[in-house]
Design a protein around this ligand. Structure first.
Ligand code: NAD
Length: 510
């Protein structure tokens, strides 16, 4: 298997050895502070980025405010046409961008390419949406009156994104925001700045070719402090923030304090219930991919398996067999299933969780450890533990490939265990029993934003609204009617008669 040539890929994506970390569109700005992006794949430095300063940030916001005045005047389907062109440029750069995602973030090449495909898909979705930004009409209680509602653009959308989907999350937000008539300022994760610079260059070039040079698509690379600026900035009516629950609580508080809108996409603690009527082969694939895909660093990763006690030992045995076949190594080599964690801090978090499990007396099925053979220090062994759901470590999202096994005897008990965590993102049941699956999907069932039957917790299509409840933040992105968050709703009542009747029959005569 040949490993892609990273030098050629960086050239294709216009990534230089030293890059500027702020873009207002065609102009690039930067400060003096520099960070280096290291690949978790081999520990090598990929390139440097000069971070955006506070002054650079202000320039972006001013240019964005100006751009919004013009962008909102362009008819939505014409805005959609520009998003269509961005989707086409992404098609041209899919291989290169997907490879850089894999090299900078550490996910498998297949998943890197899949992430870019998701960007292309959301662009296509947004193009269709650009002709469907419709409100309802209502019957008025007053004669000769007409009522309807319409949606207007909001202004600047601030996008704060996480490292694990370094490019797709931006596109989920940006493609929808753009067709809605908004402009965007993007603060990507400081752990994956190069993929963000590549995306900015791809999109900004399309805007430039359409004579929209500045402000619709802006980028500020910085750390959490830059994210805090976005959260507190009342020039930004909507902040869409993806990341940990800790970050979401901080952002939600700041946006709430100024009565802005926050769209929060935070951590998950996702479970699959495996019933005694489940198809075990399909369940196994769903569980293993969910637990080890992206090295357990998806918000929808499967963290818990809630298994019927009659099949518990059999599932455990099959899981161990499946895990023994997993190949860990360079994610750019397609024969490997699992790559590295994002960095050494993530490895420390993984080890802390393993130590805590041992302290609490969790039973190791496959013990976790750091794989010392790999130079980057970021590769770990996927682990499995038998646990109690109430253990503090089980209640917490550890962003690593650690899978918890929990026994149940009754379907209602299984649902209770599944819901008994602070997070509420994704959930699944594997069953061939329609009573069980319908109960799981009913109001007595899963309390998550995503509830699946006979597929795992991981991986979502862009057509549905994506997000979760409780400490996952309540936000919805991507498909269905998630676009409504990016617009302000206005109710209009029009009187086409000669009189001025008041609502509720109130009389007021002069
Ligand atoms: P993180 O919370 O450390 O960082 C996410 C982003 O927030 C980064 O850009 C970071 O710079 C910024 N940030 C951090 N603290 C901030 C603050 N106080 N104010 C403003 N901005 C701040 O998360 P991460 O480690 O990059 O990503 C992993 C987490 O993201 C996991 O919890 C995962 O479940 C979650 N995630 C959720 C979804 C979802 O859709 N629900 C999708 C992807 C990732």
């Amino acid at each position: 298997m040949s490993i892609p040539n990273i030098t050629g890929i960086l050239k294709d994506l216009q990534i230089n050895p030293v890059n500027q970390g702020c873009s207002t569109g065609i102009h690039w700005l930067h400060g003096n502070k520099t960070i280096t992006s290291y690949s978790p794949v081999d520990g090598k430095p990929i390139a440097e980025v000069k971070l955006a300063t506070d002054a650079n940030y202000d320039s972006c916001i001013k240019v964005a405010q100006e751009a919004f005045r013009q962008w909102r005047l362009i008819p939505a389907p014409k805005r959609g046409e520009i998003v269509r062109q961005i989707g086409n440029r992404l098609r041209q750069h899919k291989q290169a961008l997907g490879t850089l995602v894999s090299y900078e973030m550490g996910k498998s090449l297949q998943e890197g390419l899949g992430e870019v495909q998701e960007m292309i898909d959301i662009c296509d979705f947004a193009v269709g949406l650009s002709r469907q930004l419709h409100g309802l009409t209502m019957h008025s209680e007053r004669p000769n009156h007409r009522m309807y509602e319409q949606y207007h653009p909001l202004g600047i959308v601030g996008i704060i994104s996480a490292f694990n989907f370094p490019v797709a999350v931006w596109s989920w937000n940006a493609a929808l925001a753009w067709v809605c008539g908004d402009v965007c300022v993007w603060k990507p994760s400081e752990k994956t700045p190069l993929t963000a610079i590549a995306c900015q260059k791809i999109a900004a070039e399309v805007f430039r070719k359409n004579n929209i040079d500045e402000g619709v698509c802006t980028l500020v690379i910085g750390n959490a402090e830059m994210g805090k600026k976005i959260a507190t900035d009342s020039r930004i009516p909507l902040v869409s923030a993806t990341g940990s629950t800790r970050m979401g609580k901080a952002v939600g508080e700041k946006v709430g304090a100024r009565l802005g809108k926050a769209l929060l996409e935070l951590g998950g603690n996702n479970a699959i219930i495996i019933s005694n009527s489940a198809d075990l082969e399909a369940s196994l694939i769903g569980a293993v991919f969910g637990a080890v895909g992206t090295c357990g660093q998806r918000c929808t990763s499967t963290r818990r398996l809630i298994i019927h006690n009659q099949i518990f030992e059999e599932v455990k045995r099959k899981l161990v067999n499946a895990y023994r076949q997993l190949k860990i190594g360079n994610p750019l080599d397609e024969s490997n299933h699992i790559g590295p964690l994002i960095d050494k801090v993530a490895v420390e978090n993984y080890m802390e969780a393993i130590n805590r499990l041992n302290e609490l007396g969790a039973k190791p099925v496959l013990e976790g450890k750091v794989l010392a053979d790999f130079k980057s220090g970021c590769y770990v062994k996927p682990a499995i533990y038998e646990v109690e759901n109430k253990m503090d470590i089980v209640q917490t999202e550890t962003f690593a490939p650690i899978l918890y096994l929990i026994k149940y005897s009754d379907i209602k008990e299984a649902i209770e265990i599944q819901n008994d965590v602070p997070q509420g993102l994704s959930s699944a049941i594997m069953t061939q029993n329609i009573r069980e699956s319908e109960l799981f999907l009913s109001h007595e069932g899963s309390d998550c934003g995503i509830a699946n039957v006979n597929i795992g917790t991981s991986g979502a299509e862009i057509g549905g609204a994506f997000g979760g409840e409780k400490e996952t933040g309540g936000g919805r992105e991507s498909g269905s009617d998630a676009w409504k968050v990016y617009m302000r709703r206005q109710t209009n009542t029009i009187n086409y008669g000669k009189d001025l009747p008041l609502a509720q029959g109130i009389k007021f005569e002069l």
